[in-house]
Design a protein around this ligand. Structure first.
Ligand code: GDP
Ligand code: IMO
Ligand code: MG
Length: 432
């Protein structure tokens, strides 16, 4: 039976959390492989909402083990608070949450730099989540990051931080941050990091080795992507992207397993499109209809609370996502949100300067210049109670079939509400 990689096929917030929770019971392991607490994955079980930023979305299944791979960047304070919150709701991650020694830390100065840079950028703001993601990955690539493995040696942490802060102070000043780090602040930063490291030490593990062993023993592994393909550092709408590879292939690099372990890539897409933060969004609706989607879909960021920009489904973008992420199956979420509309538009092509094309522009800057070409489909009534494909009204069925046909993928699941079980299973990605 294949392992499964879940990736967002759009600009994030496609409902990955709900889907990972759905499949989590079938997997022995659920593993995050990139991103950090820029992610906000929402699970709704028996009416209770849990938003996870770092802990994998399999954690509510008591028999499922969860791991945070080397490709993730970790804010220790956020991880600590998330574990505390889970324990308070009766979910104990002890002995079933494992954090890779190879993962890099998001340090308090990464957050400061992220925010300072955004302020400094003025009109070119990316609209980051302000969680220090970019600066943490920068330090990783520049080979000056602090890793989980360093935490067992406080002097090493101090050395790394002091070296970094010397350079950083100049950078902070250059980015209009007027408060460079002072001695006392550096000391308390090192102390806090080391203390959090001690508190979280029981969770630290050789994740790659554990997964390899589990795999040899026949375990099913579910890789949980964060963000979405169009936010990928290489393949997204650069520079309005996040700082990691969000595509499925990174699930190998980000966990320490070889690519032969990845199995099937399942892309999650909403039945429409949303985006938080800045950057091109060809099918964005700036009118009352966009507002209606935001209200009906409760489209407000799970991490920052920002209103999400809303628009129609975009086949050009989705075909591109299917190609670059290797998506074989699709989960279509939030189909219920379209209920009640007279007509639904789908973008089937783009036009630039009167020329029509159906592939994603090579130059990300061109995405901002395109005019979408739309196809119309008739709307449908409420579908939230549907649990079998036969329960869907004719027009909803036609919409779903049109998507599968156009993307040349099979549909694994249709989601018709935020709660666990509010969906229609078509095929099981672990089986088929
Ligand atoms: P993620 O980042 O991909 O995990 O997605 P988020 O959790 O940030 O955003 C998805 C939102 O949509 C959450 O509030 C979910 O509870 C909700 N959601 C997921 N699937 C559905 C669905 O099929 N219908 C509706 N109405 N809400 C959904
Ligand atoms: P999940 O996993 C939606 C967006 C930010 C910003 C850009 C860069 O919940 O789908 P960053 O803080 O990563 O440097 O911000 O990426 N972004 C997300 N948008 N969902 C997310 O995660 C996101 N994570 C980052 O809004 O535009
Ligand atoms: Mg989210």
């Amino acid at each position: 039976m294949p392992n499964v990689v879940i990736v967002g096929a759009q600009w994030g917030d496609e409902g990955k959390g709900k889907v990972v929770d759905r499949y989590g019971a079938r997997a022995s392991w659920v593993v995050r492989f990139q991103g950090g607490n820029n992610a906000g994955h929402t699970l709704v079980v028996d009416g209770r909402e849990t938003i996870l930023h770092l802990v994998p979305s399999g954690i509510l299944h008591p028999d499922t083990r969860c791991a945070i791979g080397n490709g993730v960047v970790i804010d220790l304070r956020v991880l600590c608070d998330e574990i505390t919150a889970l324990k308070a709701q009766g979910v104990d991650p002890t002995n079933r949450l494992f954090v890779s020694y190879g993962a890099h830390l998001i340090m308090p100065y990464h957050r400061r730099l992220d925010l300072a840079r955004e302020r400094f950028r003025g009109v070119d703001k990316i609209g980051t989540t302000g969680r220090g993601i970019g600066p943490a990955y920068e330090d990783k690539i520049a080979r000056r990051g602090v890793r989980i493995a360093d935490l067992s040696d406080p002097e090493r942490v101090r050395g790394l931080v002091e070296q970094r802060v010397a350079e950083l102070n100049a950078l902070l000043v250059a980015n209009n941050d007027t408060k460079p780090y002072q001695r006392a602040e550096i000391d308390s930063l090192v102390q806090e990091t080391v203390e959090l490291g001690q508190e979280l030490a029981p969770y630290f593990a050789n994740v790659g080795e554990q997964l390899a062993k589990a795999s040899r023993d026949g375990a099913q592994i579910l890789f949980e992507g964060a963000q979405g393909v169009l936010l990928d550092i290489d393949h997204g709408t650069y520079p309005f992207v996040t700082s990691s590879n969000t595509v499925g292939s990174n699930a190998a690099t980000g966990t320490g397993l070889g690519p032969q372990h990845l199995g099937r890539v399942v892309g999650i897409t909403k039945a429409y499109t949303t985006r938080v933060g800045a950057g091109p969004f060809p099918t964005e609706l700036h009118d009352a209809l966009g507002e209606q989607l935001r209200e009906n879909g409760r489209e407000f960021g799970a991490t920052t609370g920002r209103p999400r920009r809303c628009g129609w489904l975009d086949f050009v973008a989705l075909r591109y996502a299917v190609r670059v992420a290797g998506i074989e199956q699709i989960v279509l979420t939030k189909l219920d949100v379209l209920s009640g509309l007279d007509q639904i538009s789908i973008c089937t092509g783009y036009e630039i300067d009167g020329e029509r094309f159906t592939t994603y522009p090579d130059n990300a800057h061109d995405v901002a210049r395109v005019t979408p070409v739309y196809e119309m489909m008739p709307g449908f009534a409420d579908i939230r109670q549907a649990r079998n494909i036969e329960d869907l009204p004719k027009n909803a069925r036609a919409y779903v079939d049109r998507i599968a046909e156009e993307l040349n993928v099979s549909l694994a699941l249709l989601s018709v509400g935020p709660g666990r079980g509010e969906d229609i299973e078509i095929v099981d990605p672990f089986q088929s």
